[in-house]
Write a protein that binds this ligand. Structure first.
Ligand SMILES: [Ca+2]
Ligand SMILES: [Ca+2]
Length: 156
């Protein structure tokens, strides 16, 4: 009886987990995360605001913690076939040279990074935001005012 009950609980909790889905068709799922690819071209700050303001979800500009996540995003970008890069959530606007994910202030130095060669370089002493190149999946620091597409991320 007890064993049957545990099996039932196990079965139902698995069903519950598997039934979690991303909020809408535009969100693409990878593991227990959903990614939204914003196709309007806006500044990093406005893109951050856009992600934070999406109704009914707790989204941020994309944070990337592993090579697998980076590869998933890059593949989605290639699928769209744009040459221009996309904003991601890394910034050093609080302290020059110290990049963190805007989601929760996780320092990039403590986790996975995929910067392009010689990046981040803070070119013109004016690059505190970040982008991903859709062809290479590599990251680059850019001026926060640069208008381009962007990626939001949320957990389910
Ligand atoms: Ca900088
Ligand atoms: Ca740069």
């Amino acid at each position: 009886m007890l064993r049957g009950l545990s099996a039932l609980l196990l079965c139902c909790s698995i069903t519950l987990v598997l039934s979690e889905e991303c909020p809408e068709e535009e969100w693409k799922r990878f593991g227990y995360s959903c990614f939204f690819f914003g196709e309007i071209q806006i500044s990093w700050l406005y893109a951050q605001y856009f992600c934070h303001s999406m109704p009914g979800v707790n989204a941020h500009l994309a944070y990337i913690f592993s090579e697998e996540e980076n590869a998933f995003i890059k593949d989605r970008l290639n699928f769209r076939n744009y040459d221009n890069s996309y904003h991601i959530g890394a910034t050093d606007m609080n302290r020059e040279g110290t990049f963190y994910w805007e989601k929760n202030d996780t320092l990039l130095d403590d986790s996975y990074t995929n910067w392009s060669f010689n990046e981040p370089n803070n070119a013109g002493s004016n690059e505190d935001c970040s982008e991903m190149n859709p062809r290479t999946g590599k990251w680059n620091d850019i001026p926060c005012t640069e208008a381009q597409r962007f990626i939001c991320r949320m957990e389910i």
